[in-house]
Design a protein around this ligand. Structure first.
Ligand code: NDP
Length: 284
């Protein structure tokens, strides 16, 4: 068996076209504000890509690129200014922040209606309470969208998620639970990980260990979603040994071209949603 490839790039392109059509009918452009502190190279590239993707669908994106030595007070002041600015619909603070800045404090300072990364405790609480008004983090939403597009209804499936971070593993576990999967969360202390993985109908890896998930970790006919972004000899690869797993799985995402492009798209989707909710007369 050779798995069907879940083409995240194509899915993202289709979804962005739909978003562009919706944005074209709005009275003003939804506005995403990105706060970037310092000169982390990967962060600069990520944020440039977000801006490019936002502008390509008719949204506005402003990157506030602050000096490495920005103080906590200065950063808080900017967040408060953006919270109060009614022309700004979404605010994200690019992680990692320089060590002298308190990331949790910055995230919690964002107005929850503008928390389009969904990292704040308020939105996490709503998600964990299965409240549909939660603003859900982009990567878990991307994974859910790809699963639904490929499998349709995922009710009753056993999902095993490798990774328990606050930005991927935990919110994804809640999201899949809310969609009636039976969810197992695995992590670095999990015993018999390969056996647990092999019991999954849906296997999601988000641990950041290159090619850790081997073919024998995959149940025949399972769906494998690879969130990991790693490099071997400078070449991008996921957490899954793609060549092995694709011979066993029914569906699989590649790296690159899988979850990554869908994540940016879901951030734009959240920004559009925030815009509509902040302009309540536009709600249907
Ligand atoms: P974190 O480092 O925050 O979390 C990694 C998780 O994986 C932890 O829960 C850790 O366990 C677990 N883990 C680490 N090693 C192992 C192992 N050998 N066996 C089982 N579990 C293990 O990472 P993130 O959640 O931020 O990101 C995970 C990966 O996803 C990274 O490669 C990142 O680059 C990628 N990523 C991709 C995105 C995309 O859009 N495609 C978006 C976000 C992240 P423990 O808790 O015990 O330490």
């Amino acid at each position: 068996m050779t798995a069907n490839i879940i083409d995240g790039k194509l899915m993202a392109q289709e979804l962005r076209e739909q978003l562009a059509q919706k944005v074209a009918h709005l009275p003003t452009a939804p506005h995403l504000a990105v706060i970037l502190v310092g000169n982390d190279e990967a962060s600069i590239i990520y944020d440039r890509n977000k801006k490019k993707a936002a502008e390509a669908i008719g949204m506005k994106c402003t990157i506030h690129h602050l000096d490495e030595n920005t103080t906590q007070e200065e950063l808080l002041r900017l967040i408060q200014q953006l919270n109060a600015d009614s022309s700004v619909n979404g605010i994200i603070v690019q992680m990692p922040l320089p060590r002298h800045l308190n990331s949790e404090l910055m995230i919690e300072s964002i107005n929850h209606a503008k928390d389009v990364d969904g990292f704040g405790i308020y939105n996490i609480g709503l998600l964990h309470s299965n409240d549909s008004s939660a603003m859900v983090a982009a990567t878990p939403q991307a994974v859910l969208y790809m699963l639904q597009q490929s499998l349709g209804d995922i009710t009753g499936k056993h999902a095993v998620i490798i990774g328990r971070s606050n930005i991927v593993g935990r919110p994804l576990a809640s999201l899949l639970l809310n969609h009636h999967c039976t969810v197992t969360i695995a992590h670095s202390k999990t015993v018999n990980l390969s056996k647990i993985a092999a019991s999954a109908d849906i296997l999601v890896s988000a641990c950041g260990v290159a090619k850790m998930v081997k073919g024998e970790w995959v149940k025949p006919g399972a769906t494998v979603i690879d969130v990991g972004i790693n490099r071997i000899d400078g070449k991008l690869c996921g957490d899954v040994d793609f060549d092995e797993a694709k011979e066993v799985a029914a569906y699989i995402t590649p790296v690159p071209g899988g979850v990554g492009p869908m994540t940016v798209t879901m951030l734009l989707n959240n920004t559009l949603r925030a815009y509509i909710e902040q302009n309540s007369s536009l709600k249907k």
